[in-house]
Design a protein around this ligand. Structure first.
Ligand code: ADP
Ligand code: MG
Length: 255
């Protein structure tokens, strides 16, 4: 079986993100090869694989930070718009959290979280502030709201980045190695926020090397190598009995 379609069908979820036969090159480099992936509403999909296998590119195509050469990507049943207002709207539906926290350095923590909703979602300042304070509370940094990003630890900054993405009320959240730049003692405080988000029903695509997170929070694990999805399985199946030689090899190196 090829995994994604059958898994989604079996859980009866409404497809929220769909990639069909997606190909992408950077010059002569073939970085995505006939990628098929369906992520159902409320589903948490962890993407793993060796460095350079195309995980970040995959994420970036979903909010069109990268174009694709061929194939089809739909979000909530609609094909990704090429540009303009429609594209801006789509981007607002896809929250993204990167390895580097990317907060606005010259804005306070609270302003980092209110800016997007006011500008892109047309919220009033008061509404945005109320929502921001709720979200900062939820990710455990409410007491840092008036500080600037540089005054926070890496773990706190990444939690603010999550709050900022959530403030846009996205349909899906993409995480691209959100804990890779953190000191070890800060990794869990970020993963705990992500686990609680997963439990709350958020649809999530998470590129990570944190296999503990995958075991605890993932509905499916997708293994990529050389631009291809080689395996798409439930965590239990993937970790105890990986089917593909490359998955076995990868797991033996990281576990
Ligand atoms: P991963 O996130 O799995 O490490 P990436 O998606 O970042 O992989 O990269 C896949 C391949 O594409 C790598 O060989 C990388 O060097 C290459 N690549 C990524 N972005 C670009 C770019 N903007 N231009 C050229 N090559 C790129
Ligand atoms: Mg990457």
């Amino acid at each position: 079986m090829t995994g994604s379609e059958s898994n989604v069908a079996s859980t009866g979820r409404r497809p929220l993100v769909e990639l069909r036969d997606v190909d992408k090159h950077f010059g002569a480099l073939h970085v995505l090869r006939s990628v098929d992936l369906t992520v159902g509403e409320g589903e948490v999909v962890v993407v793993i694989g060796p460095s350079g296998s195309g995980k970040s590119t995959l994420c970036r195509t979903i909010n069109r930070l990268e174009t694709i050469d061929s194939g089809r990507i739909t979000l909530d049943g609609r094909e990704l718009p090429a540009e303009g207002k429609e594209l801006a709207k789509l981007r607002a539906d896809v929250g993204m959290v990167f390895q580097s926290f990317n907060l606005f350095a010259h804005k306070t923590v609270r302003d980092n979280v209110t800016l997007g909703p006011v500008k892109a979602r047309g919220k009033s300042a008061a509404e945005a502030r109320k929502k921001a304070d709720e979200l900062l509370e939820r990710v455990g940094v409410a007491n840092q709201a008036d500080k600037y990003p540089a005054q926070l630890s890496g773990g706190q900054q990444q939690r603010v980045a999550i709050a900022r993405a959530l403030a846009m009320e996205p349909k899906v959240m993409l995480f691209d190695e959100p804990t890779s730049a953190l000191d070890p003692e800060m990794i869990n405080e970020v993963l705990d926020v992500m686990i609680s988000l997963a439990k709350s029903g958020m649809t999530m695509i998470v590129v990570t090397h944190e296999m503990g997170f995958a075991r605890r929070a993932a509905d499916r694990v997708v293994f990529m190598a050389d631009g291809q999805i080689l395996e798409d399985a439930e965590p239990e199946q993937f970790f105890t009995a990986p089917r593909h030689e490359r998955s076995k090899d990868f797991l033996s190196k990281i576990l």
